[in-house]
Design a protein around this ligand. Structure first.
Ligand SMILES: Cc1ncc(COP(=O)(O)O)c(C=O)c1O
Length: 403
């Protein structure tokens, strides 16, 4: 492994911004329990509340609508737990009448997909909306599925693998018009594009600190005022009874600082990541024949580029790039290591073989033009070598298809 490390996997996680790290290091001195009434407790409590203000400001809402959790997965699970409780009778069984239907999409993060599958296993009717070739849901299809039986609709704002951004405002309008609850997983949108949850009109919105240069293991759930919520973690009265457990005050402080910086620097981030993403796309398309971009060309977060390389295998590309010091992902991080093709790429109509030959480049604050040029320079020969070695019989057919 060479010395040079070019990290292009910012959708998997981000490093702490130096200002966040500094703030956290100082905050580790603050050991009080944020629920204690004495001075040490109040100090911790005040920092938690300042962070709540900052996270709320990043997504255009008031502090009291934010509940801190251990991350995006827990926030999403809390929403599905809420639906489970609302849709169950006192005996714990799914209600026979009333709102019990759940609608989500085929391209959600596994923490939503598996929560939906769990409710399905309990007997809840669950519908998975398909998407078009760019990864967008069909609003007419959604509208046709909505009824006075719909309990919850969950549609992610930006996809982690291909970057496609859904029209959440329109979707929430349709869902609310039918009286159902609307959730959006905003983990990959927050800090990358403008987000205002009050304007979007959602009931629940999920955020996670480690995707916005904050610490891992801390996240938040926006819960619209008066929207129902049932805790996943029972215990003390923290977070108004919505999420028990002693406050991770230093993690929360880091999340708050990261949110503050993300809000302040959003347009600079969009320019930085967007121009480098364009440079990468143009570089790859200029130097490598027969490749295909996955995702929407415009309705997308600025930092994500997903590319299929027919005739080359994704894991081999990833490992070859890693040998050159370039760190990317095949599909989502959670799917790496398993041989299953990405469910997102399959959902947008990429065949299983081509889905296996796809790479996600996700850029961030640390990415430079030199990194991109180096990546372009190294990727071409790797693809050429893997294609030459390829024993995939249909590689040439697919090449023709994308020529
Ligand atoms: C879209 C999306 N939702 C949820 C999550 C899970 O967030 P966390 O890692 O904070 O549990 C991720 C992280 O990969 C994600 O990309």
């Amino acid at each position: 492994m060479g010395e040079k490390r070019i990290y292009l996997d910012y959708n998997a996680t981000t490093p702490l911004r130096p200002e966040v790290r500094e703030a956290m290091i100082h905050d580790f001195e603050v050991y009080g329990n944020a629920s204690s009434m004495h001075g040490s407790g109040r100090l911790a409590h005040n920092r938690v509340e300042e962070a709540r203000e900052a996270v709320a400001a990043l997504i255009g809402t008031a502090a009291e609508t934010i509940t801190f959790t251990s991350g995006g997965s827990e926030s999403n699970n809390t929403v599905f737990e809420t639906a489970r409780v609302l849709g169950s009778g006192p005996d714990g069984r799914v209600l026979e009448s009333g709102r019990t239907e759940i609608i989500t999409t085929t391209i959600e993060h596994p923490c939503v997909l598996n929560s939906a599958e769990y409710l399905k296993s309990l007997g809840f009717p669950v519908r998975f909306l398909g998407v078009d070739e760019y990864g967008r849901i069909n609003l007419d299809e959604l509208e046709s599925l909505l009824s006075d039986k719909t309990l919850l609709v969950s549609v992610m704002m930006a996809n982690n693998e291909i970057g496609t951004v859904q029209n959440i405002k329109k979707i929430a309008g349709l869902v609310k018009a039918r009286g159902a609850l609307m959730h959006s997983d905003g983990v990959q949108a927050t800090g990358k594009i403008p987000v205002n949850v009050e304007e979007l009109g959602v009931d629940y919105f999920t955020v996670s600190a480690h995707k916005i240069y904050g610490p891992k293991g801390i996240g938040g759930l926006y819960i619209r005022k008066k929207a129902p919520v049932f805790p996943l973690i029972h215990g003390g009265h923290q977070e108004d009874g919505r999420r028990a457990g002693t406050y991770n005050n230093t993690g929360i402080l880091g999340f708050g600082r990261a949110a503050e910086l993300a809000r302040r620097d959003l347009s600079a981030y969009m320019n930085h990541a967007g121009s480098l993403r364009d440079r990468l796309r143009e570089g790859l398309f200029k130097t490598i024949p027969n490749i295909k971009m996955n995702g929407h060309p415009e309705d997308t977060v600025p930092n994500t580029l997903n590319v299929s390389f027919p005739g080359a295998e994704g894991e081999s590309i990833l490992l070859s790039l890693d040998m050159e010091g370039i760190e990317v992902s095949t599909g989502s991080a959670c799917a790496s290591g398993s041989l299953e093709a990405s469910h997102v790429l399959l959902a947008i109509g990429v065949g299983p073989e081509l889905a296996h030959g796809s790479i996600r480049f996700s850029l961030g604050w640390g990415t430079t033009a030199e990194d991109i040029d180096y990546t372009v320079e190294r990727t071409g020969p790797i693809i050429a070598r893997l294609r030459a070695m390829s024993s995939v019989p249909s590689a040439r057919t697919e090449e023709r298809h994308y020529a």
